[in-house]
Design a protein around this ligand. Structure first.
Ligand code: FE
Ligand code: FE
Ligand code: ZN
Length: 276
């Protein structure tokens, strides 16, 4: 099965999101678990979650890739910012259990001058505090562009965080094609080489989702500016190789391209045609 979808708005609850992605021609999607500006997240309506579960069975939707708020920085230096990471992630993981067995993606954080080592320690500390043995969710560390003091621009940094987490069997990685390219991994000319390197450092068995994005900038630019599937520096053939690669093709592909609904529907249809 080709799992393809995009990032959609959370307002209206699970059934609204399910109908929205169906209308766009997708069968998987990403959504923000809460308002990035903080505060309490809206409580989940159990009836909505139940209706959504039935809808997903009927429509063959079996992967959700929830996204933590961008402002969640588990290795922040400021104590109040870091406190938000502890409380928001713990609360998100509790709420994820309304949709059992799904994926929750987060940015490993920005160390803002404290250094990579301290950043890795702090992010691992948050994960050790919020993961719990009964959880059915897999928490994904996103590969990052390495912009500023961002962790996760190197596969080694993801591996080091994972190694420090006790419940590491609950952890996986989300492979963002714009970010890895901006981080200096040549997914256009050497996708096999990049995935071999990922396997050597992290292990391909950790890969659970792909953020399928083109980039506005060149290899290693560390800029993190997403582009549409057609209109970035990556040629369409390179995107086609990503969605057809044996190590990736069964994962959910989530578009985070700069599009409105019409643009997303067109990209989903285009990518479906490339998989045939
Ligand atoms: Fe992200
Ligand atoms: Fe992403
Ligand atoms: Zn990005």
């Amino acid at each position: 099965m080709f799992r393809i979808g995009c990032h959609i708005s959370t307002s209206g609850g699970y059934m609204a999101m399910g109908r929205h992605i169906e209308a766009l021609g997708g069968n998987t999607f990403a959504f923000f678990t809460r308002n990035p500006r903080g505060g309490a997240a809206k409580e989940i309506d159990p009836a909505d979650a139940e209706a959504f579960a039935a809808f997903c069975r009927e429509k063959d939707i079996d992967r959700l890739v929830a996204h933590a708020p961008y402002t969640l920085n588990p290795c922040a230096e400021k104590e109040n910012v870091r406190q938000f990471a502890f409380t928001a992630m713990a609360d998100d993981l509790r709420r994820m259990e309304y949709t059992p067995g799904q994926l929750y993606n987060f940015h490993p954080g920005s160390h803002v001058g404290q250094g990579v080592e301290i950043g890795i320690e702090k992010t691992a500390e948050v994960l050790n505090a919020v993961l719990f043995p009964e959880m059915t969710t897999t928490v994904l560390l996103e590969t990052m562009a390495g912009k500023g003091s961002e962790l996760g621009g190197r596969f080694e940094e993801l591996r080091e965080i994972i190694d420090r987490v006790t419940l590491r069997d609950r952890l996986g990685v989300c492979f963002d094609t714009c970010h890895v390219w901006d981080g200096g991994y040549d997914v256009v000319n050497d996708l096999d080489g990049v995935l071999t390197e990922f396997d050597r450092v992290v292990g391909l068995d950790r890969l659970r989702a792909v953020h399928l994005n083109n980039s506005l900038n060149g290899l290693g630019s560390r800029k993190d500016r997403h582009a549409k599937i057609i209109g970035g520096v990556m040629p369409l053939e390179a995107v086609e190789r990503v969605i057809r690669h044996p190590a990736l093709k069964s994962l959910p592909f989530i578009l985070e391209t700069p599009n409105d609904d019409e643009g997303y529907a067109a990209e989903i249809a285009l990518l479906r045609s490339l998989r045939e």
